[in-house]
Design a protein around this ligand. Structure first.
Ligand code: CO8
Length: 251
């Protein structure tokens, strides 16, 4: 249910369940977790690009699979659990390249990535309320962090979708690009990251993500420790020497 390929320093993972608009069923999430783990462990890969089709990044968790679930079973077997959070354990930057629908669990999966690039065709939404449920994989929290309370509340309460332009204005996505160059823009970003000092990249990711989890004071402390730690790396020596010698750094 997924396709993988290596493009330069980017590991590209494409969700590939077109008949169901990439609805995120158990099997797909299992395959996704394996692919993420493989690329994360591969030293030739600098960053991971996660994308879907032109029509849908993912139209949510699989409603057919969820329909007959009952509370005790879902709770005991933790059906959201580790499978859904595999992307959060990846140490390399993960770029979501979103075209078409990113709804429900699809929007939540995109928001678990480190940043979102959107095609002009992208549509984001948390329509769970129309199914008699609410977001269950972090949507109410990450969307609120990303776009603020009023907009998030409106979307979660009514299921209203947001187009790419509004998503960029609201701060949900880093950039909007033409649909035909969505993946190549994401790969170019991965290439750029691949040319930088790997420890600095890993620590930059850790520091920014900590802003979502730690109080300001703790976040600033963590940043300081990571910053100071980078003075023990070759990357810092090379980066600063190259600047002063007026040449390009070789990390
Ligand atoms: N689950 C299962 N099948 C889906 C889903 C889905 N989420 N979305 C679309 N499909 C299927 C349709 O059933 C249809 O299949 P079939 O051809 O066999 O009938 C096929 O994909 C094409 O869909 P449509 O015919 O509906 O296409 P349209 O272009 O008319 O509409 C929409 C596109 C607007 C995206 C529409 O399909 C839609 O509204 N989909 C559902 C969106 C939704 O409600 N998503 C939220 C799901 S709940 C959720 O994600 C909770 C996450 C909680 C955390 C995770 C826990 C595991």
């Amino acid at each position: 249910m997924i396709l993988t390929e290596v493009q330069g320093r980017a590991g590209v993972i494409r969700l590939n369940r077109p008949a169901a608009l990439n609805a995120l069923c158990d099997q797909l999430m299992g395959e996704l977790g394996e692919a993420l783990g493989r690329f994360d462990a591969d030293p030739a890969i600098a960053a991971i690009v996660l994308t879907g089709s032109e029509r849908a990044f993912a139209a949510g968790a699989d409603i057919k699979e969820m329909q007959n679930r009952r509370f005790p079973g879902t709770y005991l077997h933790d059906f959201i659990g580790a499978r859904w959070e595999a992307v959060l354990t990846v140490r390399k930057p993960v770029i979501a390249a979103v075209a078409g629908f990113a709804l429900g669990g699809g929007c939540e999966l995109a928001m678990m990535c480190d940043l979102i690039l959107a095609a002009e065709t992208a549509k984001f939404g948390q329509p769970e309320i129309n199914l008699g449920i609410i977001p269950g994989a972090g949507g109410s929290q990450r969307l609120t962090h990303a776009i603020g309370k009023s907009k998030a509340m409106e979307m979660v309460l009514t299921g209203r979708m947001m187009n790419a332009e509004e998503a960029e204005r609201a701060g949900l996505v880093a950039r909007v690009v033409p649909a035909e160059s969505l993946v190549s823009e994401a790969v170019a970003l991965a290439e750029k990251i691949g040319g930088l000092s790997a420890p600095a990249v890993a620590m930059a990711k850790e520091a920014v993500n900590a802003a979502f989890e730690l109080p300001l004071r703790e976040g600033v402390r963590l940043e300081r420790r990571l910053f100071l730690g980078l003075f023990g790396t070759e990357g810092q020596k090379e980066g600063m020497a190259a600047f002063l010698e007026k040449r390009k750094p070789r990390f």
